[in-house]
Design a protein around this ligand. Structure first.
Ligand SMILES: [Zn+2]
Length: 169
C-alpha cells in the first residue's frame, strides 16, 4: 500500500467537498446518489490526518468498480475522510467525509426549534393549539394533520403583518 500524499489532494477535496457522506449508524456510504453497504467494518490504522497528523482509523470498507474506498476517522481531531484506492490498493486520494444528516425521528429537536423560539403568546394570538402542534410536528418531520397545517399557512401573512416574522413551514 502506498501512503504517499500528492499536492492535488487539497484541490480534489475542494471539488468533491460534501460529496461523501457517512450514515454513521449503519456505516453506509452515501455518494453520487448511491448508498454503499460496507464490505467490512474493521478498524485498522489506514493513514494520517491531513489536519493534525493524528492516526486515521478505518470505520468501514467499500468496494466499487474502480477499487476500494475506506471511511476513516482521525483519533485526535475526529475529522473523517474517505480514502480511495485502486483495485491493487494503490492510494488515489483522500476526500472529505461528512456525517449524513440523522433521520428526522432520531434527530434532536433543538435544530428545528428556531421558529418556536418565538414568544408563545405571539404564536397563540394567531394560531390554534392544534395548528401549532401540527406546525411543530411538520417541522420535526413527524406525522401531522394536513388540514391544520393548511389552516395555519393561511394565517402566515397575518402573523407577519402583526409580528414582522415570516414563517416557512
Ligand atoms: Zn486529525
Amino acid at each position: 500500500m502506498s501512503w504517499a500524499r500528492n499536492k492535488n489532494g487539497a484541490v480534489w477535496n475542494a471539488i468533491f467537498k460534501k460529496m461523501y457522506r457517512l450514515d454513521k449508524e449503519k456505516k453506509r456510504l452515501i455518494f453520487e446518489g448511491q448508498k454503499l453497504e460496507p464490505r467490512s467494518v474493521e478498524g485498522n490504522l489506514v493513514g494520517f490526518c491531513c489536519l493534525c497528523e493524528g492516526e486515521l482509523w478505518s470505520l468501514a470498507y467499500y468496494q466499487v468498480a474502480e477499487g476500494w474506498m475506506v471511511a476513516a476517522r482521525c483519533q485526535k481531531c475526529d475529522k473523517m475522510a474517505i480514502i480511495r484506492f485502486d483495485k491493487s490498493w494503490s492510494w488515489e486520494g483522500d476526500y472529505d467525509l461528512e456525517a449524513a444528516e440523522p433521520a428526522p425521528s432520531t434527530g434532536d429537536a433543538s435544530k428545528t426549534s428556531s421558529i418556536f423560539d418565538l414568544p408563545r403568546e405571539e404564536l397563540e394570538t394567531v394560531f390554534t393549539p392544534a395548528e401549532l402542534r401540527d406546525m411543530e410536528r411538520c417541522k420535526r418531520g413527524e406525522p401531522y394533520t394536513r388540514q391544520n397545517l393548511y389552516r395555519a399557512r393561511a394565517k402566515y401573512e397575518k402573523f407577519e403583518r402583526l409580528f414582522g416574522v415570516k414563517l416557512d413551514i
